[in-house]
Design a protein around this ligand. Sequence first.
Ligand code: ATP
Ligand code: MG
Length: 444
Amino acid sequence: MSQVTYYPNEVFTPTLPAKLTFVERAAVDDKLVRALQTPGKQIVVFGHSGAGKTTLINNKLEQIFEAHITTRCIAGMTFEQIVLNAFDQLSPYYKKDVQFEKSSGRKASLQSEYEIVKAGLELSSSEKESSTSSRMLPPQLTPQLLGALMGDAKACWLIEDFHKVGESEKVKLAQTMKVFMDVAASYPDLKVVAIGAVSTGREVVKYDQEMSGRVAEISVPLMANEELRLIIEKGASLLGLTFDPSVERQIVSLSNGLPAICHQLCLNVCFAMNVISTAMPGRAVGQADLDAAIKMYIDDASDTLKERYDRAVRNRRQGRFDNGRIIVKALCEFDQDGAAYGNLHKSIKRNNADYPAGNLTQYLKELQSPERGEVVGLDIASGKFYFSDPFIRAFCQAKLGVNPGQLRSTVWMKLISDIANMVEATVEANRKQEKQGSTKEGSE
Ligand SMILES: Nc1ncnc2c1ncn2[C@@H]1O[C@H](COP(=O)(O)OP(=O)(O)OP(=O)(O)O)[C@@H](O)[C@H]1O
Ligand SMILES: [Mg+2]
């Protein structure tokens, strides 16, 4: 009997969309599949960074669509660059020699329109000897034509990280979505799926009221504990491992809704146990393996944790309040589920009686953004603000001297204080090393 061999890094994928351990997301699956199967429906997917948007969409698109084109946005990208990126990816569908002679009227005319745009692009880039980033959008490449080219290729258009582009570009995408809705009469598969790591759909695409019935806004929540447990179990069974139930529970707790942490800890467990590929069934994962995995996690993440903490508490303006620090410290006093706005404000007021609600609103928003290390998340369902991962929470507690005395279980409490100590120790060791390095350099 031949047995398929799996390797830990293809099973546990902290930095790539999961395939082998993909778990269906009960809370969003139906809505997403309905939207994908409704002709002309445009889709906006949003949610906390790392909640599983890319993984979910990619797995569903593969199940439902023949093809899709992915454009990844970076800060400062213009809508023209985004359109050009998609157009470039259409080239396999419009190769000159592919059945061109035999193709029917609509296909032939699309093919020739494609050629005209392509020639226009080549001309503009050779004239300017410019890089792709400054190519001009030829006037023929209208949203209508892009829609028809994509529709004919039966390709759906996935735009990743759309929250990174400017406001005016978001309006342009909304206009393109509108055109795609109309073109959908001829091309039912035609669709834009725009993804953004934000907390509302409107922060991803600025579409107007009249379009709202034809845009599905899909929120991908943080993972439920049961879903995280399934990742561990699926991976374990592929690799022939058996996780001790208490180890499994701790990994689920530490992940706190973020599947990337779950994958990373499981992968680290494999490193710690020296699992090279599918092991003999029954190899058990115990507390010592988890401890080693956590240590690896901290070794790798300590500098990032420290940087995120520094961003969160830094004080740029000399105002009356040290806002970042005040809010983070107050949040440290709650458990990992976090606190509702009112309770957080109450807790802050104990030390800062006249702390304004306006500051709390503004800085809570900032603390969710990359500028402040994304240390805070907002759970829309419960209305609670919480630390976006338990490791950053432990580090903040350690730095701000908050005694996490009210934590629920003693195992969890010990874990948290161990993490804080490890982060501190690692950051300190790195700092010493850097210092030694720079004195050495200086003396050379
Ligand atoms: N449904 C799932 N089943 C198993 N693992 C998942 C699932 N969804 C996400 N993951 C894992 O979680 C991690 C983050 O997922 P993903 O990159 O899809 O999140 P994201 O929301 O797109 O994040 P970002 O906002 O940073 O782009 C990856 O390691 C991925 O493998
Ligand atoms: Mg993503």
